[in-house]
Design a protein around this ligand. Structure first.
Ligand code: SF4
Length: 250
């Protein structure tokens, strides 16, 4: 069972749970604590209550991206790590994903169209980060050239030298090569790439927006650019050695 209150609040509906945030915004979090401290009933959009049998009287929404108050976690930040980088900060540039792969929950939670956050918010967030390495948790960090150039403009304008890691799709690697070269000069060190499969039939079934040949071309480009890759595959139980053979060309 997936524990995603946005899509599956039922998973939390049991007697030890008093409140379920189906979605969170700065407003509903603020109102929640105000009601709690003044002992008022919780009748707030986005929040299901045990008292009302978790009944839902509002439209579902996407969680709001709230710029983190990083100082509040200063005692723990030296422990934060991601794929061997430590310490690492995480931040977002956008929510949602246009690719809408069949197996993926993230676009279902965040929306099937990417929305880039306000540039001022991104700049404020970047300037608040003390760590040298930043993991960008966007579904596709390099989704468009515009987004990559926006980030590079902010880094160059503020003379920030950081290392960046994050998720990148094959589709975006193929479409945004020149922008990725600029990003590399501004600190891009590694991408987690969902290649998924070497079978065209499986790629189509997964509703990937790239072909097997794109996987190989994207891998060659990243190798040439000396950008590290964490390659991700959906190894099917029926795969055998022959299915992994194309890996030798990557
Ligand atoms: S590209 Fe990644 S985040 Fe976007 S839908 Fe596919 S698997 Fe999900």
């Amino acid at each position: 069972m997936e524990l995603k209150p946005n899509l599956n609040p039922q998973a939390f509906m049991e007697s030890s749970v008093d409140f379920i945030f189906k979605f969170s915004t700065s407003d509903n979090i603020q109102s929640f604590y105000e009601c709690l401290s003044s002992h008022k009933p919780i009748e707030i959009e986005g929040i299901l209550t045990k008292e009302k049998s978790y009944s839902e009287t509002f439209e579902n929404q996407v969680n709001e991206y709230i710029v983190p108050h990083r100082k509040s976690t200063s005692s723990y930040r030296s422990f934060y790590s991601y794929f061997g980088y430590k310490p690492v900060a995480i931040m977002g540039l956008a929510q949602g994903c246009d690719k809408q792969c069949r197996f993926c929950l993230r676009w279902r939670i965040e929306g099937g169209k990417e929305k880039i956050f306000d540039t001022h918010l991104i700049e404020e967030d970047l300037l608040n980060i003390e760590e040298d390495t930043i993991m960008i948790f966007d579904n596709d960090m390099i989704s468009t050239s515009e987004k990559i150039h926006m980030l590079c403009d902010l880094l160059e304008k503020n003379k920030l030298k950081k290392r960046f890691i994050g998720y990148g799709s094959v589709n975006a690697i193929m479409a945004n090569k020149e922008a990725i070269k600029r990003f590399k000069k501004n600190g891009l060190v590694a991408l987690l790439v969902g290649y998924e499969s070497f079978s065209e039939t499986e790629m189509e079934y997964y509703q990937k927006k790239s072909k097997v040949t794109d996987n190989l071309d994207a891998a060659a480009f990243l190798k040439e650019q000396k950008i590290d890759v964490w390659a991700s595959f959906m190894a099917h139980p029926k795969w055998d050695k022959a299915d992994l053979k194309p890996l030798e060309n990557m």
